[in-house]
Design a binder for this molecule. Structure first.
Ligand SMILES: *[C@@H]1O[C@H](CO)[C@@H](O)[C@H](O)[C@H]1NC(C)=O
Ligand SMILES: *[C@@H]1O[C@H](CO)[C@@H](O)[C@H](O)[C@H]1NC(C)=O
Length: 158
């Protein structure tokens, strides 16, 4: 081995781990994120959906079977972005949960780009792109608890 080759190799070994850290850490702060909520309920059921952040009300949606609702936003270092959604099905079950928050584990599952939530018959799932499967996150609760309190409750969970 000549010495310039060895130097190059050493340079590579020194830089490689840092590049990995940057690849994970940097994009989360300055890029555009996408969130999807997909109706995967069976038997032609529609999904009632209402998503919000502290500053934005994304409006009430009635998703037909297999349809999705999506939005995107820029997240920067100084702003902790938090979105949450209320969902209900068949007028007799509901679920309310955060769909985007400051969490490296979440960011990994979303591949630092798209968080894909789906409402299925037994509950709400998050797509884990790393393991390539839908991770069960929350089961439906009976009834339709749909008041403004839900926003306060979820928002203060941070
Ligand atoms: C699904 O529901 C829609 C609207 O309620 C209706 O128009 C359509 O015929 C239904 N499709 C099936 C396969 O049941
Ligand atoms: C959302 O719906 C659009 C339009 O039907 C479709 O092209 C896209 O693949 C869907 N995305 C997801 C994540 O389901």
């Amino acid at each position: 081995m000549n010495s310039s080759y060895v130097n190059l190799l050493i340079l590579f070994l020194v830089l490689a781990p840092n590049q990995h850290v940057e690849a994970e850490g940097f994009p989360s702060e300055f890029k555009t994120w996408h969130v999807y909520v997909v109706n995967e309920l069976s038997n032609n059921k529609s999904l009632f959906l209402h998503c919000k952040s502290k500053d934005d009300d994304l409006g009430i949606q009635n998703l037909s079977p297999a349809a999705n609702f999506t939005w995107s936003f820029q997240k920067n270092m100084l702003r902790t972005t938090l979105f949450w959604c209320y969902m209900s099905k068949e007028g007799n079950a509901h679920a309310a949960l955060k769909v985007f928050w400051q969490d490296v584990l979440l960011f990994r599952k979303c591949l630092w780009k798209s968080c894909i939530w789906s409402a299925k018959d037994d509950g709400i799932y998050l797509k884990d792109f790393v393991k390539n499967h839908d991770e069960f996150r929350l089961q439906w609760e009976p009834g339709l608890w749909y008041t403004n309190n839900i926003n306060i409750k979820l928002y203060t969970q941070g």
